[in-house]
Design a protein around this ligand. Structure first.
Ligand code: FES
Length: 95
C-alpha cells in the first residue's frame, strides 16, 4: 500500500460547487496511509470541486460526493485511478 495525500480544494469557487460535502465524504472513510487535506485554491476554479491526489498527481474535476467511494476503493486502496472521472485538461489521453 502506498502513502497518498488527497487535496480537496475548499476555496470559494469549489465551495460554491459543493466541495465541503466532498471533503466530508473523504473524511467519512479513512484509509490507512492516506492523508486528507482541505486545500487552498488549486488554480482550476470553475471546474470544481477539484481533487488532487499526490504523489501520483492525478486530478479529478467536478467531483460529486457520491463518486468519492469509487475513488477511495479503486484509486486509494487499489492504485487504479478512476479513468472516467479524471480531469481531461491534465489527463487528455487517459479519459
Ligand atoms: S477554488 Fe477550487 S480550484 Fe480554485
Amino acid at each position: 500500500m502506498s502513502t497518498k495525500t488527497v487535496l480537496i480544494c475548499q476555496s470559494k469557487a469549489c465551495r460554491k460547487l459543493g466541495a465541503a460535502k466532498v471533503l466530508a465524504a473523504f473524511l467519512a472513510y479513512p484509509v490507512p496511509g492516506v492523508t486528507i487535506i482541505a486545500s487552498p485554491c488549486l488554480g482550476q476554479c470553475g471546474n470544481g470541486p477539484m481533487v488532487l491526489i499526490e504523489p501520483d498527481r492525478f486530478w479529478y474535476d467536478r467531483v460529486n460526493p457520491d463518486e468519492v467511494p469509487a475513488v477511495i476503493e479503486r484509486h486509494l486502496k487499489n492504485d487504479k485511478p478512476v479513468l472516467t472521472m479524471l480531469y481531461a485538461k491534465f489527463h487528455p489521453k487517459l479519459k
